[in-house]
Design a protein around this ligand. Structure first.
Ligand code: FES
Length: 168
């Protein structure tokens, strides 16, 4: 077992050696959409390593590629579904809200109240603040942000049949 710390929750958790950070987040009942099914292709599981990055498995090629598309990506960025905990001493910063993988996913939430901030996965922009009603204007905001990207991450990296599901 290995110890890791989640910030800003200031929470210490014990995890099985070689488990992914994604499984750790899910065990803590965090909402992670996993729009790509944990394949390192959607960035809805993006976290930052505050310290102890050597406690994690190295970045895969897919992870490096996906992170290269995200404007909020930093040297200490990791995709939780790709990073495995190998040693003690890791401190990570989890998102202050939930990343939304696509306009289709946001559309399915229209009319509901956001339980937490809903965040654009590529830019970190807050699309809907926690506690607010999810309105169509959030779709427009997401579409506007998407239009600033010349590359559609999901179209390029996901298999065509999966992209259709995410964008219907
Ligand atoms: S779940 Fe899609 S990149 Fe991690």
């Amino acid at each position: 077992m290995k110890q890791i710390k989640l910030q800003p929750l200031n929470q210490e958790v014990e995890v099985s050696t070689d488990s992914t950070l994604l499984s750790v987040l899910l065990e803590q009942e965090m909402n992670v959409l996993q729009a790509c099914g944990g394949q390192g292709r959607c960035a809805t599981c993006h976290i930052y390593v505050q310290s102890g990055k050597e406690a994690l498995s190295p970045k895969s090629e897919q992870e490096i590629l996906t992170l290269s598309f995200i404007t909020t990506s930093q040297e200490n960025s990791r995709l939780a579904c790709q990073a495995r905990v190998l040693q003690d001493g890791l401190v990570i910063e989890v998102p202050q809200g939930m990343y939304i993988g696509s306009i289709g996913e946001l559309k399915s939430l229209i009319g509901k109240r956001a339980q937490q901030n809903l965040i654009h996965p590529l830019t970190g922009d807050v699309l809907v603040e926690e506690g607010k009603l999810i309105l169509r204007s959030a779709l427009e905001k997401m579409a506007e942000i998407d239009s600033t990207f010349t590359t559609d991450l999901s179209q390029i990296l996901l298999p065509p049949e999966k992209s259709k599901v995410l964008h219907k």
